[in-house]
Ligand binder design. Structure first.
Ligand SMILES: *[C@@H]1O[C@H](CO)[C@@H](O)[C@H](O)[C@H]1NC(C)=O
Ligand SMILES: *[C@@H]1O[C@H](CO)[C@@H](O)[C@H](O)[C@H]1NC(C)=O
Ligand SMILES: *[C@@H]1O[C@H](CO)[C@@H](O)[C@H](O)[C@H]1NC(C)=O
Ligand SMILES: *[C@@H]1O[C@H](CO)[C@@H](O)[C@H](O)[C@H]1NC(C)=O
Ligand SMILES: *[C@@H]1O[C@H](CO)[C@@H](O)[C@H](O)[C@H]1NC(C)=O
Ligand SMILES: *[C@@H]1O[C@H](CO)[C@@H](O)[C@H](O)[C@H]1NC(C)=O
Ligand SMILES: *[C@@H]1O[C@H](CO)[C@@H](O)[C@H](O)[C@H]1NC(C)=O
Ligand SMILES: *[C@@H]1O[C@H](CO)[C@@H](O)[C@H](O)[C@H]1NC(C)=O
Ligand SMILES: *[C@@H]1O[C@H](CO)[C@@H](O)[C@H](O)[C@H]1NC(C)=O
Length: 894
């Protein structure tokens, strides 16, 4: 963005230059004019190809009857008249760039800027190396893909190279890098382009350690390697580069390093968020006399904040979120009166008083979640009238919500869940906060009521509403722009109001779990909408599922467990292309679990299905199991959820809110809550326990290779345990108890390396219990109630020792390649992450800008996910980032 600023300054400069001294008109070389016109013809103009709303087709005015040196974006040398600058940034160019492009005939080029166009995933031609005079090269945000050619290293005069900031955005926000750079190419660039000042390779996959020779680039002013899949130790010498002003290493979680002691430093922006950086902050950080942004969230820093930090009075933003800092940082922070962002949440701070915070009257963002406040909402906050985000989740705040909160009229996000706030709170009060977008008061002891406001409620500007424990809900909202509605864990009673169904087309998340809603689910909820998540679990809903659900084509998560729904198996949900999680447990579903008539059960992405505790009958649902293709994968990464971000505009910022699903399922005999289900995407589970399923378990069950939990207990299953279950190499829990299974336990089951829980009790199994591997960890209660079983666990010797142990060395078999790490955080009901998972500003905020840009580019999707105000927001956002530009980078490339 630094460079954008430069271009901007540069254009003003050149504009002034040409308007004041236009009498000297250089004469364009004929061959260069032709080359440029050929270049123009190689692309079509498409206004979706540039994200910048101020973009326009610069090439449109190029024609052969005028001097090419006067064309928009072109500049020629004063004396030689050769074309030396091509600035086609944000020029709406669309098409592929091939190796024969006439561009490469313009060998005198010093500046080439193709920023923000759409080259349709073409490779960067290796001929670029022939433009050996280039000093400034910008190909960022222009949809080049593939390997960055090694010929870049021939550009030995480069001062500025920007290939960064381009992530492909999948429709729902997940990204993967488009460009790759081999370590060998990076090495030769470093070796040859020794004068380089700006090197932006963010979102370029480098996937290696960084070479120490990086410290040879003594002219370096700005280095960004954001999200480059770096690992290993960061070369510490880079911190000592005398001219370095910007260092962004963010989002490389395997990149380690620590901050050395400094003699002096010109660093202005230090951005290390989400890396493996560790250690304490050095006392000499007090010498960073230019530091404006210190962004080190989600790292492994610890210790006290050195008081020398308090000398850096020019600091504007500090992000320390989610480290292990200790002590009371107030002495270091209290004099930093220019701060606009202060994020100190999720550390081990013990802040004794907050009176000093009142001095930080420029604050826009205050994030103090998980800092123990232990009192009322501190009164000094009343001084923070510029505050746009106040986030203090889980901060042990007590008392009532003070009326002066309504003095903070710039608030856009008020996030106070998981505290001990109490008292009667009139909800209309918050309407005074005209800019409020997110209000989260969940998990407090508030008694909220709607006031006597005569007009219909004016809640439409609040696009994300999460209010806990409400007594009385203002139903007559206008909810046209609401994107999520989360009224979970309230005491909502009565019929589900069908007027609530009059939602905006934008609604993506409807979370009404744990209320006391009764009656039918209104059909109107489902019509032609963008719903991705519906959670009705734990209510008193009746009747059938609304067939209109098939219109919710984006539905990923559907949970109606713990209600009184009385319906047959909703095979028709199998048609929903995105459905990943389906829970119908604890209802009155009945009949066969099967596809009906001529419908094929597709369920193409389903990988968690819970049908337990219903009245399903008939034979084992072999046909459906066959159709569950997503469970058939051994490559768990195929199951990843698209990331689910909610966007809100906060004053001049955009913030993203991660949306997570939480899901309860029985695992290893206990009900477990999976918070943030998306993080456990490799959880593949089938639970059809406590129904009346009869017949045999088919061998085909062994095809569901990814299965982790399988619970068939408490049915009427007969026959033997299929040996194919041994093929389920990821299986962690297998519950077949309370059936009528007979025969032997297949010895092969001992091969399932991860099996932690097995229950075959109360069947009619016979023969010896396998002895090897995991089986030695299972206790007698896994096997009880089977008359014919024998083995050590049951203290019953097997008389016929008919070889349970064949002599193959099973122990050597745990080949490491099948090892899948499963980080399952299993937490108890009642704990829940805050709604605003991360207030994304500063460094973590750059990439999101580009996601948005991509959304603009993919116009249709953009329309779907965002409303127009976002478009307007984009300009503000861009400008505000430009304002961050480094002061001294505007140099001439003449
Ligand atoms: C070429 O461009 C000039 C200036 O934009 C315009 O006046 C002229 O009509 C154009 N000529 C042709 C042949 O398009
Ligand atoms: C380094 O630059 C010089 C001059 O441009 C060039 O001849 C040489 O091939 C380059 N070396 C590499 C390794 O690219
Ligand atoms: C670059 O750095 C390496 C080691 O880091 C060193 O051996 C080499 O001499 C340096 N090259 C230059 C030109 O300074
Ligand atoms: C802060 O700055 C003052 C004067 O510039 C200096 O005397 C003092 O030592 C510095 N404090 C720390 C902790 O570095
Ligand atoms: C903060 O500034 C005041 C006045 O400038 C000064 O007296 C005080 O010592 C400073 N506090 C710290 C902790 O640096
Ligand atoms: C409130 O802010 C003003 C500056 O805007 C400052 O002078 C005053 O001391 C602050 N009050 C408190 C209680 O911190
Ligand atoms: C809140 O605003 C009102 C009206 O402007 C003012 O009287 C009151 O003192 C303010 N409260 C605080 C705590 O600043
Ligand atoms: C499937 O059956 C329904 C009625 O049960 C019928 O209307 C529809 O045309 C059939 N579709 C196909 C493809 O046979
Ligand atoms: C248990 O299995 C045996 C055969 O292995 C069979 O004769 C017997 O009837 C079964 N008992 C029950 C209760 O199913």
């Amino acid at each position: 963005m630094v460079l954008v600023k430069f271009i901007f300054l540069y254009s003003i400069f050149s504009f002034t230059f040409t308007t004041c001294f236009h009498q000297i008109q250089p004469k364009c070389h004929q061959y260069e004019s032709q080359a440029l016109l050929q270049l123009k013809q190689g692309f079509v103009i498409n206004n979706l190809a540039s994200a910048n709303l101020l973009s326009y087709p610069k090439t449109a005015s190029w024609n052969s009857s005028t001097d090419c040196c006067s064309w928009d974006g072109i500049k020629c040398h004063e004396h030689t008249d050769h074309v030396i600058h091509i600035d086609l940034s944000s020029s709406q160019l669309y098409g592929t760039m091939d190796a024969n492009s006439s561009l490469f005939r313009l060998v005198h080029l010093r500046l080439l800027d193709l920023f923000d166009n759409d080259f349709n995933y073409s490779q960067i031609p290796s001929k670029i190396g022939e433009l050996s005079q280039l000093k400034y090269l910008n190909l960022s945000i222009s949809l080049f893909s593939g390997e960055i050619p090694q010929q870049f290293s021939q550009l030995s005069k480069l001062l500025s190279l920007d290939l960064g900031f381009r992530a492909i955005v999948r429709p729902k926000g997940s990204t993967s890098n488009l460009l790759q750079l081999k370590l060998s190419s990076l090495r030769s660039i470093i070796q040859n382009s020794t004068k380089i000042e700006i090197l932006f390779l963010s979102y370029v996959t480098i996937s290696s350690t960084l070479p120490d020779t990086l410290t040879n680039l003594t002219s370096l002013k700005a280095l960004s390697l954001y999200n480059s899949e770096l690992y290993g130790e960061f070369p510490v010498g880079v911190f000592h580069l005398p001219n370095l002003e910007l260092l962004d290493l963010g989002y490389n979680s395997n990149l380690n390093g620590s901050l050395p002691e400094f003699q002096s430093s010109s660093l202005t922006y230090l951005l290390l968020g989400q890396t493996g950086f560790y250690g304490t902050l050095p006392v000499s950080i007090g010498k960073f006399s230019s530091l404006v942004i210190l962004s080190i969230p989600d790292c492994h820093f610890f210790g006290y904040i050195p008081s020398s930090l308090g000398n850096l009075t020019q600091l504007i933003r500090i992000y320390l979120r989610n480290n292990k800092f200790r002590g009371d940082p107030s002495a270091s922070l209290m004099n930093l009166t220019k701060l606009t962002v202060l994020e100190v949440s999720s550390n081990k701070f013990t802040i004794e008083t907050f009176s000093w915070v009142g001095k930080l009257s420029s604050l826009n963002v205050l994030e103090i979640s998980s800092v123990n406040i232990g009192s009322d909402i501190p009164l000094p906050f009343a001084n923070l009238t510029q505050l746009e985000v106040l986030s203090a989740a889980n901060s042990n705040m007590k008392g009532e919500i003070p009326s002066w909160i309504m003095n903070l009229t710039n608030l856009v996000i008020l996030n106070l869940p998981h505290n001990s706030l109490h008292g009667k709170q009139e909800l209309d009060m918050f309407l005074k906060l005209k800019k409020l977008v997110v209000l989260n008061l969940a998990f407090n002891k508030l008694s909220l009521y709607s006031g006597k406001s005569s007009t219909p409620f004016d809640w439409f500007s609040i696009s994300s509403l999460r209010i806990g424990f409400m007594r009385n809900i203002p139903i007559h909202m206008q909810l046209k722009s609401l994107m999520q509605l989360d009224l979970s864990f309230n005491n909502l009673r009565g019929r589900t109001p069908s007027c609530l169904g009059n939602f905006s087309q934008l609604l993506e998340r409807l979370d009404l779990k744990w209320n006391k809603l009764s009656g039918l689910i209104p059909q109107t909820y489902m019509i032609g909408n963008s719903l991705r998540m519906i959670d009705f679990n734990n209510n008193n809903l009746l009747g059938e599922l609304p067939r209109a659900l098939v219109n919710s084509r984006s539905l990923e998560f559907f949970d109606v467990s713990y209600n009184n729904i009385n319906d047959s198996f909703p095979f028709w949900l199998g048609d929903l292309p995105e459905l990943k999680v389906l829970s119908l447990s604890n209802n009155e579903f009945h009949g066969d679990i099967r596809c009906s008539g001529n419908m094929t059960c597709t369920f193409s992405k389903l990988h968690i299905i819970d049908l337990s505790h219903n009245q399903f009958s008939g034979s084992f649902p072999t046909e459906m199991i066959h159709s569950l293709k997503a469970m058939n994968t051994s490559n768990a990464s195929q199951l990843q959820y698209e990331s689910y971000l909610m966007w809100n505009n906060v004053g001049q910022y955009l913030i993203s809110t991660d949306v997570f699903y939480s899901f309860t399922m029985s695992n290893k005999g206990l009900a477990r809550v999976y918070e943030k289900l998306q993080k456990f995407y490799s959880l593949i589970a089938i639970d059809i326990s406590s129904n009346k399923i009869s017949g045999e378990i088919p061998q085909v069950i062994g095809e569901l290779k990814g299965l982790v939990l399988l619970n068939l207990s408490n049915n009427n299953l007969i026959g033997s345990i299929p040996s194919s279950i041994a093929k389920l190499s990821n299986l962690e829990a297998l519950d077949l108890s309370l059936n009528s299974l007979s025969g032997k336990i297949p010895q092969q089951l001992a091969q399932i390396t991860f099996l932690e829980y097995l229950n075959v009790s109360f069947n009619n199994l016979t023969g010896p219990i396998p002895e090897h591997n995991q089986f030695s960890t299972f206790k007698g209660d896994s096997f009880e109630g089977n008359q014919g079983l024998c083995g050590d666990q049951l203290l019953k010797k097997c008389i016929d020792h008919a070889g349970p142990s064949t002599s193959d060395d099973d122990d050597d078999d745990d080949n490491s390649e099948s090892f899948v790490e499963l980080y399952w955080t299993v937490v108890l009901i009642g704990y829940s992450g805050g709604l605003v998972a991360g207030v994304a500003l500063g460094s973590t905020y750059f990439p999101q800008l580009y996601w948005i840009m991509q959304y603009v580019q993919d116009g249709a999707q953009f329309q779907k996910h965002f409303s127009n105000f976002m478009l307007q927001q984009l300009i503000c956002l861009k400008l505000s980032i430009d304002n961050l530009s480094l002061n001294n980078l505007n140099r001439s490339f003449q």
